[in-house]
Ligand binder design. Structure first.
Ligand code: C5P
Length: 293
């Protein structure tokens, strides 16, 4: 039986500037994004009937009654619908989600799962879908799903859907930390009082790590001050990560996950050990960021 496996890597907003607001309430963003080499894993295989199974350290948080709303199933159904309009029928599929990332945590776990499901099903069903159709399906699933289809260093504008791949963003050692408090993305955006922050400026043209660290240090996450008010653990978390010697510490997305950047994976792994000893109940993960250079 044919089976395909796709990684659903954690998304890290190295910077997230809120530059405006659309009439439908969605915010305009300018965001610098990379991905970790760690995340959830989606496996799809041919089956007699559709099914979704779960495993992994955070799977118990995906409640059974909410599963019909899970982005993985919405991705399957969205792809099926689009293919049906082209006269292409699709076979039942058993999907397995290995949930390694904390949920509702600002690192795009659900969006990455949806994007990985689309990539895997396109292979399983052996269909050729043009980039425009795929982008439209992804965007209907959520503003972050198009960027998760890329899973490469990128800058995104619009509501996060206008993606520009960045071939020069270098690799970093990264820590992801989360106090295991879920933060609701709509409530963070709603609590913003200012929505016209300046866009991200010029990006380095080199792939030199210290040039990028300096440039990213001058950027912000405009959602972080609001998230800190709603989730005070974020301040403790960024301080703890910073104290391990991170070159830069910031919140990702709408939180509560914060990241630290290090020159190497080894430094990040050492910092995770220190942090796990201080906060054994929190989530800490060391990773490399992906890079095209
Ligand atoms: O698109 P997604 O479902 O991920 O967005 C969740 C919520 O986050 C939206 O309903 C909206 O309230 C908020 N959001 C926003 N601007 C964005 C992305 C998300 O206001 N660019």
């Amino acid at each position: 039986m044919r089976e395909y496996r796709e990684n659903a890597p954690a998304k890290i907003n190295l910077a997230l500037h809120v530059t405006g607001r659309r009439e439908d309430g969605y915010h305009l963003l300018d965001t610098l994004v990379t991905f970790a080499d760690r995340g959830d894993v989606i496996t799809v295989r041919e089956a007699d009937q559709d099914a979704l199974s779960l495993s992994g350290p955070f799977s118990h948080l995906l409640e059974a009654e909410a599963l019909p709303n899970n982005l993985v199933l919405k991705a399957r159904d969205g792809l099926r619908q689009t293919l049906a309009t082209k006269g292409i029928s699709t076979r039942p599929v058993a999907i397995h989600l290995e949930k390694n990332l904390p949920i509702a945590s600002g690192i795009g776990g659900g969006s990455a799962d949806a994007a990985a499901t689309l990539r895997a099903l396109i292979k399983l069903w052996h269909v050729d879908l043009n980039a425009c159709d795929l982008q439209a399906i992804a965007l209907r699933l959520g503003a972050d799903v198009p960027m998760c289809l890329h899973s490469r260093p990128l800058r995104a504008t619009g509501i996060g859907d206008a993606v520009l791949p960045l071939p020069t963003l270098p690799r970093f050692g990264i820590i992801l930390g989360n106090p295991l408090k879920t933060v609701s993305t709509p409530s963070i955006f709603k609590a913003l009082t200012r929505r016209d922050y300046p866009a991200i400026g010029m990006l380095p043209l080199t792939s030199n790590q210290s040039d990028w660290l300096k440039a990213i240090s001058d950027m912000r996450n405009d959602l972080e001050p609001v998230a800190r008010q709603l989730c005070p653990e974020i301040a403790t978390l960024t301080q703890l990560i910073s104290d391990t010697g991170a070159e830069l510490t910031r919140m990702s997305g709408s939180g509560a996950t914060c990241f630290g950047l290090y020159q190497t994976l080894e430094k990040a792994e050492k910092a995770v050990k220190t942090l796990q000893a201080i906060k054994p109940d929190w989530y800490f993960q060391a990773a490399n960021s992906v890079s095209e250079v």
